[in-house]
Design a protein around this ligand. Structure first.
Ligand code: NAD
Ligand code: ZN
Ligand code: ZN
Length: 360
């Protein structure tokens, strides 16, 4: 089968054996795989700094059709269309049994790694899923628009749900970075809260997307954001700040925009640092570093999409066009989420004409 592999030096399309489902396992034919900014973070690190061996197949946002069901599985049949819950835990501990496999304290030591982030991922014709509990039925959702819900949607939903107790109905949420995650976080907030939503992005088209997604205000990313947030909140500041970038500049912006007793949710995996001590962040502040989401968060986020409360803005690519899609993501040119559809023929990728012109 075809697979987009990363070996520590670059991406390449490879022909590798298709997986076969062992006992308790499932193989999916991938119908869509989303590209996340975290993949760029992985590819920017020295290979020896990664907690797993290369090469691997990338892709940690997946939906597909069941084509091979291992022995001992019931309630799943060939032809079922499913989304993949990515943050696999041990499945047995108290945390996993609560559905929060994203916080399993045993997974790393047991060598359990998410698809595309240690195990072979979804940028391929087929994906091996190690246990049927990781699969959630799509129930009518369009695969290409549903794939990003498994990470961009799930992570945003988890971050928003965790912060909701600190966001009163007449409060204010500030979101920094309106990309794949951010544009869904705006919609999720709109669906779950009546709070004022202020979005910040350095790109004008992302600010326009934020407003279309339901933000009340969209601001360029400048040093004046904290003052503007205070002007928009009668001098109080934001109740909750979601930072989908996490550079030194955006974390400073987050701390300076926050009200006393508010919450900073650091979702981005940028290299920035936020010094936390009395008088460095507002009194009573809570700082959270959410990671992906729980199993029930995924069920909820798929339900929000089915209800038409959230819609993923997508750019669709063929498998062969994955490097071009990552290039566009790195340059900040992807609006919403780039999604690879392995069944799509190459030749009509967004931005392809530009890339070809640039290459001469
Ligand atoms: P993306 O590239 O789609 O979006 C990033 C957005 O931030 C873009 O719109 C860009 O214009 C904007 N931006 C960049 N620098 C900015 C600045 N200084 N001020 C304001 N806006 C700025 O990325 P994504 O896939 O949505 O991921 C967002 C972040 O979340 C990444 O760091 C990613 O690695 C991380 N992530 C974390 C988790 C988790 O579990 N915590 C899960 C998925 C992704
Ligand atoms: Zn991701
Ligand atoms: Zn566990």
């Amino acid at each position: 089968m075809r697979a987009v592999r990363y070996d520590g030096t670059g991406l390449y399309l490879s022909d590798i054996p298709a997986p076969v489902a062992g006992p308790g396992q499932v193989v999916l034919e991938v119908t869509a795989a989303g590209l996340c900014h975290s993949d760029l973070a992985v590819m920017s690190r020295p290979p020896e700094a990664l907690p797993y061996k290369l090469p691997i197949t990338l892709g940690h946002e997946a939906v597909g059709v069941v084509v091979d069901v291992g022995a001992g599985i019931s309630g799943l049949a060939e032809g079922d269309t499913v989304a993949v819950y990515g943050p696999h835990g041990c499945g047995a501990c108290r945390t996993c049994r609560s559905g929060a496999e994203n916080h399993c304290p045993h997974a790393r030591a047991a060598g359990i790694l998410p698809p595309g982030l240690g195990a072979d991922g979804a940028l391929a014709d087929y994906l091996l899923v190690p246990h049927s509990r990781h699969l959630v039925p799509l129930r009518g959702l369009d695969p290409v628009r549903a794939a990003p819900l498994t990470d961009a949607g799930l992570t945003s939903y988890h971050a928003v749900r965790s912060a909701l107790p600190r966001l009163p109905p007449d409060g204010t949420a500030l979101l920094i970075g309106i990309g794949g995650l951010g544009h869904l976080a705006v919609q999720i907030l709109r669906a779950l809260s009546s709070a004022q939503i202020i979005a910040v992005d350095m790109a004008a088209d992302k600010r326009e997307l934020a407003l279309r997604c339901g933000a009340d205000t969209a601001l360029p990313s400048t040093d004046t954001v904290p003052d503007q947030v205070r002007d928009l909140t009668e001098g109080v500041g934001a109740d909750v700040v979601f930072d989908f970038v996490a550079s030194d500049a955006t974390l400073r912006m987050a701390a300076r925009s926050l009200r006393p007793g508010g919450e900073i949710s650091i979702v981005g995996v940028g290299e920035g640092r936020l010094p936390v001590a009395v008088n460095l962040v507002p009194l009573g502040a809570v700082v959270r570093t959410p990671y992906w989401g729980t199993q029930s968060d995924l069920v909820d986020v798929l339900a929000l999409a089915r209800e038409g409360r959230i819609t993923v803005e997508v750019e669709e690519y063929a498998l062969e066009e994955t490097p071009l899609a990552y290039e566009r993501l790195a340059r900040g040119n992807v609006r919403g989420r780039a999604v690879v559809n392995p069944a799509r023929a190459p030749g009509n990728a967004p931005g392809q004409a530009c890339a070809e012109e640039q290459r001469g």
